[in-house]
Design a protein around this ligand. Structure first.
Ligand SMILES: [Cu+2]
Length: 301
């Protein structure tokens, strides 16, 4: 089975993004050559300073050049055939350049070499994994899929001295899909002993407008702001946002970074929703070693 997907280098909030076609396959028995289609560039996030450059070996490299380089990178997913629900499987992700040569050096960002966001395409399942680097461009990770269905994996990495790249990989878990729970637009949720409330700096969310996303975290028992928030991957929290669309693509994926200073029990992120539509947000927070995932649906005009 062979599917096509887009990979984009991604610098949310500070730089533009381009897209390149890559290829993912859900079957390890036949390894095929990379997709031949030349890459397409799709800027999806605008920079405050579109001409800002980045230092490369002491030389200022312009964004066009950076995008050109990132465009030439592709990731390939290899998974066992016929994945069963709730059964851990080993996945391999190979990162190569356009000529098929392994990218061998990666920069750590947010404390890891690769961040892998796994969702079922209806956005009812979310997981955030960190594949292990095995050298020669190869990453490995164990993953488990709760139910049959189509899954999308956003593989987020930074080839050495280059901008962040997001490769979109697809995978299918065979079987009959169960019914999908109704979508609620509630902005308060109790997750175990944590009460999470979602608010925004703007009363109406509009595509393309900068907005502060605020998660207020309280102790469910007494409604007091939580005091045990610890850094998670070096930040106050992590936020992944995806637009509800089929098929999911890299330009619908937002990985927002937490604002450094915010009140006790509150974690804030700056972001922009690229288009109007329905989105799902997953805020991840570390309560003294336990990771809380607060997920919410929102509509953007
Ligand atoms: Cu991560």
């Amino acid at each position: 089975m062979k599917k096509f997907a887009a990979a984009i280098p991604f610098w949310m909030g500070t730089a533009a993004v381009s897209a390149t076609l890559i290829f993912a396959q859900g079957c390890s028995s036949s390894v095929k050559s990379a997709e031949e289609t030349p890459p397409a560039s799709t800027p999806v996030a605008s920079s405050k300073n579109p001409h800002e450059g980045h230092l490369m070996n002491g030389v200022e490299m312009n964004r066009t050049e950076m995008l050109k380089r990132a465009n030439s990178i592709q990731a390939k997913l290899t998974a066992p055939p016929n994945i069963a629900p709730k059964t851990p499987v080993s996945l391999t992700i190979d990162v190569r350049d356009r000529q098929g040569k392994a990218i061998s050096k990666f920069d750590t960002f947010q404390e890891k070499l690769m961040h892998l966001i796994v969702v079922r395409d209806d956005l009812q399942f979310f997981d955030h994994l960190h594949p292990t680097y095995k050298q020669n461009g190869r990453f490995e990770v164990e993953a488990s899929f709760p139910q049959p269905g189509n899954y999308t994996l956003f593989s987020d990495y930074k080839p050495a001295k280059q901008i962040e790249v997001v490769s979109v990989l697809k995978l299918q878990v065979p079987g009959a899909s169960s019914s999908v729970p109704a979508i609620h637009l509630n902005r308060i949720k109790t997750l175990g002993d944590t009460k999470a409330k979602l608010t925004f700096s703007e009363s109406t969310l509009r595509a393309g407008e900068e907005v502060t996303v605020m998660f207020n975290l309280r102790q469910a028992a007494n409604n007091r702001p939580i005091q045990d928030l610890q850094p998670y991957l070096g930040q106050r929290g992590h936020l992944v946002i995806l637009r509800q669309i089929n098929p999911l693509a890299a330009e619908d994926y937002i990985h927002a970074h937490a604002v450094k200073n915010s009140p006790d029990g509150q974690v804030e992120f700056m972001t922009k929703f690229p288009q109007s539509g329905r989105y799902k947000l997953w805020g991840q927070f570390n309560r003294n070693g336990r990771i809380i995932v607060a997920d919410f649906w929102v509509d953007v005009q």
